[in-house]
Design a protein around this ligand. Sequence first.
Ligand code: HEM
Length: 132
Amino acid sequence: MGKMIHLARPELKALYSRLGGEAALQRILEDFYRKMAADPMIGFFFHGQDLERIARAQKTFLMRAMGATSSYSGKAPAQAHDALPPILPGHFDRRLRILEETLRAHGLAAEDIRIWINFENAFRDGIVSEDH
Ligand code: HEM
């Protein structure tokens, strides 16, 4: 968990306040997980999962990264997916595309979308399965 501390970056903190804080983040994530669960390519990862719980865990994680809170007690992204089928590069790209569409639909500026996507993309190597 300590590893995540250096990931709280000033540009993410500014983004968090521009986007409207926790309530706005909550709405964005609910939408994001709904879209992912309905997606033909990556929806299967979420079948039978409690989307609200995952969205809540993701919100806590992002609020720590965005400097809105000082702690996160959930799993690190590289460990959070151990019980899932292998996440392949195409799955990871598809998730980023859906994230981009969701952020655009919620009215975020192009620069804020870029900052958010870059942050999430930094977790790619820890999440994408190396066997494929
Ligand atoms: C294609 C890519 C991804 C898929 C399919 C995916 C899917 C999932 C699923 C199904 C869970 C629930 C797992 C469980 O509780 O057993 C989960 C949890 C989580 N994911 Fe992802 N994820 C992806 C990428 C990411 C990325 C890029 C991040 C971070 C930037 C991330 C952060 C998290 C966190 C923080 C949790 C919650 C951990 C906890 O419960 O403590 N995920 N993800």
